[in-house]
Design a protein. Sequence first.
Length: 263
Amino acid sequence: MKTIAVVNQKGGQGKSILVCQLAFFLALAKNKRVAVIDADEQGSISTTLRKYVAEGNYAHTFFGAKPIEVQGDGMLVPFVSNDVEMRKVEKMDDELQLDANKRLLLPPIVQNLKNRLADISGAFDWCLIDTPGSNSKVPNAALIAADFVLVPSVIDPYSLPVVVKVLQRVWNVKKHLNPKLELIGVLPNQFKASDKEMGKHLSQLLAMYKDHVLPTAISNRASMPLAADNGIPIWKVPQTAAREATKEVRAAFELIGTKVGGF
Ligand SMILES: Nc1ncnc2c1ncn2[C@@H]1O[C@H](COP(=O)(O)OP(=O)(O)OP(=O)(O)O)[C@@H](O)[C@H]1O
Ligand SMILES: [Mg+2]
């Protein structure tokens, strides 16, 4: 099992909506076994993936000391957010310490997550972690435990400075705490090709971070929230307009596949 953390400390960038679609894509189009951890107390994923939920699979248990016992045996298994418990996770100690030999000791929030991912690794091909839109303990733990990180971002003047910060955090985590972490890239989302200002902002981002921005984009499409509301893959949205969205989403996911060694 490989783990993809979907991270951006700014809210409203499309993390949750894309995690759900990526989960559908992997489980239903690629026939992979997928665990989805809704590590955000808002529980967006838990709502969209409601039809797949088996009682007893909770996101907060990944930050605890008890081994995970997976309930249900579907291809797509959501671990839902219990807001009270996820808030408690955010209060866990995340101080890094050194042992007597000056080796780094990971705090329980991170070590538990690594151990719990190991518990389920035989049962799944992919694990997707949706994280809250904050620079806080849960997303940072996900970065330290994951194999890959995807950074969806809206291309606007408020979002881009935040993307720069997220990239720097990813590289810091990779350098000091999780050398195996690979950046899949920034995925431009809610893009409007007709918006000249947006085009200008994307060019600016590419000028700075060409190698770290995926050469693709997902447009702003009404069929995306429609799919999320109905808890269905984008390709099952009946409107004709969903065809273009489906093409784009699939192209983006196939590209992501090439970055993670194949889906
Ligand atoms: N490509 C898109 N086209 C249209 N609407 C979109 C698209 N991507 C996201 N949205 C909408 O934008 C809003 C924010 O998306 P989402 O909740 O996935 O962001 P998020 O990064 O998970 O936010 P948070 O950090 O608050 O959890 C949602 O209402 C979603 O339906
Ligand atoms: Mg979200």
